[in-house]
Design a protein. Structure first.
Length: 266
């Protein structure tokens, strides 16, 4: 049996398809025979069925990309992200608000059997400790309302990178309970330290000891291919009864923090 052969001829959307996990996911799906609709700021050198420019900080760009997709889609891989070195409010837009808005548009093109996989992060492991604040943010009605909420509360909730990923986790949980009534599943993965261009940016600004701590206890970073397989699994028919789950793909980082009674390093 060919691994994930069920993606052949399926119409799938991959955001962040020009780099890192998104590029590796799009490439794997193309190799599996899927009709891959890629979305990112720039087009990758991959055999996509379609490409639509996408800037997740812009409502206009999000709506343009979403409306450019014709017909039904079978799966959505939300892989787009931004390095933690950009302004916090921009991280909130890319990692949560823009991803939410795009998904709200695209999920209307999914029928029963559809699936969505969101790429979160191991830095979001402390979301349970401030669930009330995160719910308030997640329940903002629009992109603009979300931006205003974060700008007003940034001093209380902190840096936009972990907070936006925590919001993505909570939103995934909430949406999974609603979408399943239509036969659409939503799950997420939480990568740990991954060797991607985003990591290369982080290496220039964060202390080596902080980045090294995210590699505990495995003692290494993952390759992007190691992140792709769990994403493919979650959006495949093999995961047909998995809904509202977050898979830690972090070499045991979250397990070690939990065992120690600690939260995220952030």
């Amino acid at each position: 049996m060919v691994a994930f052969a069920e993606f052949k001829s399926k119409r799938v959307v991959v955001t962040g398809c020009s780099s890192g996990i998104g590029l590796a996911t799009a490439s794997a799906l193309v190799d599996l025979g899927a009709d891959v609709i890629g979305m990112s700021r720039r087009a990758p050198d991959v055999g996509l069925a379609e490409f639509h420019a996408l800037d997740l900080t812009s409502v206009e760009s999000i709506e343009s990309a979403a409306t450019s997709v014709d017909g039904e889609i079978d799966a959505l891989f939300n892989c787009a992200g931004a390095p933690p070195t950009v302004p916090s409010v921009e991280l909130v837009k890319v990692n949560f608000l823009g991803t939410r808005l795009l998904t709200e548009h695209l999920v209307e093109r999914m029928s029963a059997g559809g699936a969505i996989a969101n790429v979160s992060s191991s830095v979001a492991c402390g979301w349970r400790t401030r669930l009330g604040q995160i719910r308030d943010f997640v329940e903002t009605r629009s992109f603009e309302d979300g931006v205003a909420w974060y700008e007003e509360n940034e001093h209380a909730v902190g840096h936009g990178y972990p907070f936006s990923k925590e919001a993505l986790n909570v939103w995934t949980l909430q949406q999974s309970t609603t979408l399943i009534a239509r036969g659409v599943r939503m799950n997420s993965t939480s990568p740990g330290a991954v060797q991607t261009p985003l990591m290369e940016v982080s290496e220039k600004v964060f202390p080596p000891e902080l980045l090294a701590a995210t590699e505990y206890p495995s003692g290494r970073r993952s390759g992007v291919e190691e992140q792709v397989q769990p994403l493919l699994f979650l959006n495949s028919a093999r995961a047909s009864y998995i809904n509202g789950a977050d898979i830690a793909v972090d070499g045991g980082y979250w397990a070690s923090r939990s065992a120690e009674g600690a939260g995220s390093l952030w």
